[in-house]
Write a protein that binds this ligand. Structure first.
Ligand code: 0O2
Length: 221
């Protein structure tokens, strides 16, 4: 039986899209299960919600052009890493790193690269944690390693990125200076908000721990 180990043997649009869709399903389900397990063990959900999407053909062609590549299926599978995309939205920045570690520990996922735009935000102010992974797709006569980009960010970062994305496309990357400035200020506010919400949550957790300790001591007395 023939085994396809990479995309080199795949040259058909429908087959490629079928594989990316399968990879999205695999990774989406895996993340759902991790979230459920976390809830089961710690009574807490690190993921607020999950969004999955396949990049549109128009967007794939635009990105190839932007990066100086000719439009071909070969170039698309080689150079466009976010055709299959999963976005994980969390409440707190601590959840982001917890999830990244959980994903990194999955033995069937290969982490190909990591871009930490939280520690190193983009000039625009963009913050998010990107993991490029590959997942094996088991077909009837072969296994194909398929790339999926996982973006992990807080609700506040996602709010900012959605508006920035809309503005970027509206002005085709050349937004008036006052809008870019405002967006950068908002990015700083988002970071400050994320930090305060994290501290607040930690304060609440430590109060709960103190209460639990008190109840335990009362029971033992
Ligand atoms: P769209 O329209 O959202 O799909 P790479 O080849 O992976 O090294 P790439 O793809 O630029 O280079 O990688 P990166 O930086 O991980 O960006 C991938 C995606 O992250 C982008 O896809 C966006 O969705 C998001 N992103 C990156 N930078 C920004 C930003 O400054 N603002 C916002 N709002 N989103 C950003 P696309 O295809 O560029 O765009």
């Amino acid at each position: 039986k023939e085994t396809i180990k990479s995309y080199d043997d795949v040259d058909n649009w429908k087959t490629v899209m079928f594989l990316y869709n399968a990879a999205l399903k695999e990774v989406g389900t895996k993340l759902d299960i991790l979230n459920d397990e976390f809830q089961h063990v710690h009574q807490y959900n690190p993921i607020e919600h999950i969004k999955t999407r396949i990049k549109t053909p128009e967007s794939i062609v635009k990105k190839l052009k932007r990066n100086g590549y000719e439009t071909s299926i070969e170039n698309m599978v080689r150079y466009i890493n976010d055709i299959a995309g999963v976005r994980l939205i969390c409440s707190f920045t601590s959840d982001i790193y917890r999830l990244a570690e959980m994903i990194g520990n999955q033995s069937d996922l290969k982490v190909l690269s990591i871009k930490d735009y939280i520690k190193n935000p983009k000039d625009s102010g963009y913050k998010s944690y990107h993991m490029l992974v590959s997942v094996p797709i088991f077909l009837s006569d072969s296994v194909v390693e398929t790339k999926v980009e996982i973006q992990i960010r807080t609700i506040a970062m996602d709010f900012w990125a959605s508006l920035e994305h809309k503005i970027y496309y509206k002005f085709e990357g050349n937004a008036p200076a006052y809008i870019s400035r405002d967006l950068q200020e908002c990015a700083e506010m988002v970071s400050a908000l994320d930090e305060r919400m994290l501290s607040l949550n930690e304060a609440v957790l430590s109060c709960s721990r103190e209460q639990d300790k008190g109840i335990q001591e009362d029971v033992e007395a």
